[in-house]
Write a protein that binds this ligand. Structure first.
Ligand code: FMN
Length: 358
């Protein structure tokens, strides 16, 4: 029996060994406020690579200091950060995994206390060491600070910051970048009519609301060249009347395809509080909708926890890649286990561990 989970996949000049990947997951583990990766990141990302994942996508990494969710986030706005990523990427490569990184700007959801290890939670005011947040329009996310509306000149600067971070990612050895345009962060805020009420060329029609994202994609592509995969994570629906829908996201994905994006990582929600019908594979149907509607490879994510479930998503043509987040935190060797369960082989076991599998 053949299994797609263990089939390589090629995106531009990159061939990834399998289709079970790790999505970006914030660790809030930078040792200081400098956004530089440290020992935790080597062990964490190195461990996920050792566990057999095809690609490991490093957490949301700020393209500017103000683009961080919290002061413990990683960053890629300077060369010190780039140089600290390089040995982590090298180790991931030594384990056979492709290394990806999610480039992010948190927009109106920036300047919060880190999710753990802080005395407080939620918004972190300027007086408490936070910073002024920015957004398409001066509309706050509930319980967070009022953002400042980005000017057109600041949009141009932010596009350049994404491009400069992509350049550093490629120089650090990363094999792919993912632009974060989901979960209510800056680029999603522009896409969604619930958070973007601008009247300039970045607001109004869907095409206008997608302009910032498309300019970012073009600027990133100009830095990384033609061989380098560029992924985009989208929230396919706002799960709210008047917000983005799956059909809108197919339209956005068609535009992204025309701008050379290689794969859409299909998540949902988090731009506004909403009732989300969370359950096994609850977002997979959107990956399928975009895959067939925009004819672009997709990654499915969200409560995929079982090898057979993962294989079925691929075998039924709903997605080209599956991303397992929390399950990979519980079991970083999930790909080893999946391979054992599905085909009784141990191809992903590191040589140093072979005696445990003899
Ligand atoms: C600890 C943690 C941190 C996360 N950080 C990010 C992030 O940096 N960027 C992002 O796009 N999604 C982030 N997510 C969402 C995951 O990438 C994934 O989409 C979500 O957990 C659903 O997949 P799962 O059910 O397999 O965990 C995070 C999730 C968790 C659990």
């Amino acid at each position: 029996m053949s299994h797609l989970l263990f089939e390589p996949i090629t995106l531009r000049g990159l061939t990834v060994r399998n289709r079970v990947w790790v999505p970006p997951m914030c660790q809030y583990s930078a040792n200081t406020e400098d956004g530089v990766p440290a020992a935790w990141h080597l062990v964490h990302y190195g461990g996920l690579a050792r566990g057999g994942a095809g690609a490991v996508i490093v957490e949301a990494t700020g393209v500017t200091p103000e683009g961080r969710i919290s002061n413990r986030d990683l960053g890629l706005w300077n060369d010190e950060q780039r140089d600290a990523f390089a040995p982590i990427v090298d180790f991931m490569h030594s384990q056979g995994a492709a290394a990806g990184i999610q480039l992010a700007h948190a927009g109106r959801k920036a300047s919060t206390w880190p999710e753990w290890g802080a005395e407080k939670s939620g918004a972190r005011s300027v007086d408490e060491g936070g910073w002024q947040t920015v957004a398409p329009s001066p509309i706050a996310f509930p319980d967070l600070a009022d953002p400042k509306e980005l000017t057109a000149a600041e949009i141009v600067e932010t596009v350049a910051a994404f491009a400069a971070s992509a350049r550093r990612a490629a120089d650090a050895g990363f094999d792919l970048v993912e632009i974060h345009a989901a979960h209510g962060y800056l680029l999603h805020e522009f896409l969604s009519p619930l958070s973007n009420v601008r009247t300039d060329s970045y607001g109004g029609s869907l095409e206008n609301r997608a302009r910032f994202l498309l300019e970012t994609v073009d600027a990133v592509r100009a830095e990384v060249g033609d061989d380098f995969p560029v992924l985009v994570r989208l929230s396919a629906t706002d799960w709210t009347d008047g917000g983005l829908t799956g059909d809108d996201t197919v339209e956005v994905s068609r535009l992204l395809k025309a701008h050379g994006v290689d794969l859409i990582d299909v998540s949902t929600g988090a731009n506004v509080p909403a009732q989300i019908p969370v359950g096994p594979g609850y977002q997979v149907r959107f990956a399928e909708q975009i895959r067939s509607g925009a004819e672009l490879p997709t990654a499915a994510v969200g409560l995929i926890t079982d090898p057979f479930q993962a294989e079925q998503i691929l075998a039924t043509g709903q997605a080209d890649v599956v991303l397992l987040g929390r399950e990979m935190l519980r079991d970083p060797h999930f790909p080893v286990r999946a391979e054992k369960e599905l085909r009784r082989e141990y191809g992903y076991v590191p040589a140093a561990y072979h005696r445990a599998f003899a």
